[in-house]
Design a protein around this ligand. Structure first.
Ligand code: GLU
Length: 275
């Protein structure tokens, strides 16, 4: 259950109110804190976090209106490494602000990875496994000439565990990168070209029924109204948009589990590919 509470948006509208709404749709899954990272054009990332209920984050950001920007990611956390606190809440950011990201899942070898990063002078402010993953991506980002896909796939090869990541890079405004292994994530594409990502269909059903299912250990880039997928080698892979036929009411009631159990549903085959 802890693996399903991430969302993102990039398009023509204000991101924060949409992110808060998407997180609210996933609220029934349980969480202890929440956070958003939003970016206005190529300005710095604005990160706001709150311990406790999502309504606190909504109040802190005036329903999202206080943090303008059309590109952002959001997360509600179910603490696995480190107590529930504002510091441990996601998003986490690399030391010089290159990479910001949220994560659902568990990085099993985070101690070993943290030791490596400490040797490379990285500093850590939270107790989370997630901060280690974000800084590992930053490490490879610097090593592989600031190419997000190369940075992410090198980190994926080193990380043992489960993850759905949503990431933004300072030098790539208007872009969100995602990657997943043993944790679900989908990307929705609206008719107007706006792109939505979420750990589960109900979070975005209000905006679109056209979705891409990201496969195991695949990477996606959301930019300029288009989604591009890559395998671990960094090669582009083709994917088809699938229309979700089931209605929002049953989606919200039953959620993804119900969807996965229902062999008659049109998306069943795609779900099997989610691993
Ligand atoms: N393991 C991460 C943490 O403790 C992510 C937990 C989650 O999926 O919310 O921060």
């Amino acid at each position: 259950m802890y693996q399903r509470r991430t969302c993102g948006y990039v398009g023509s509208k204000q991101a924060a109110p949409i992110l808060l709404e998407s997180l609210a749709k996933l609220e029934y899954r349980g969480y202890d804190s929440a956070g958003l990272a939003v970016r206005d054009g190529d300005k710095d990332f604005v990160i706001v976090k709150a311990k406790g209920r999502l309504s606190r984050l909504a109040r802190k950001t005036d329903g999202g209106n206080a943090i303008p920007g059309t590109c952002g990611i959001g997360h509600t956390r179910w603490a696995t490494h480190g107590e529930p606190s504002e510091t441990n809440a996601h998003p986490h950011m690399s030391d010089d602000g290159n990479v910001v990201g949220v994560h659902n899942g568990i990085i099993e070898n985070y101690q070993e990875l943290k030791a490596k990063l400490l040797r490379h002078n990285y500093k850590f402010y939270s107790d989370t496994d997630t901060e280690v993953a974000i800084k590992l991506i930053d490490y490879y980002y610097k090593k592989y000439e600031h190419t997000p896909v190369d940075a992410i796939n090198h980190a994926m090869v080193r990380i043992r565990g489960t993850y759905a990541f949503a990431l933004m890079f300072k030098s790539y405004p208007g872009e969100i990168y995602v990657a997943r292994k043993d944790a679900p994530m989908i990307i929705g594409k609206a008719k107007d070209g706006d792109l939505y990502l979420a750990s589960d269909v109900p979070a975005i059903l209000k905006y679109t029924r056209d979705v891409y299912y990201i496969g195991q250990m695949e990477i996606g880039r959301l930019a300029n109204g288009e989604v591009t997928f890559f395998n671990l080698d960094g090669d582009v892979i083709e994917k088809k948009l699938t229309t979700v036929e089931w209605d929002a009411a049953s989606a919200e009631k039953g959620g993804f589990e119900h969807f996965m159990m229902n062999k008659g549903s049109p998306g069943y085959a795609q779900c099997l590919h989610q691993g």
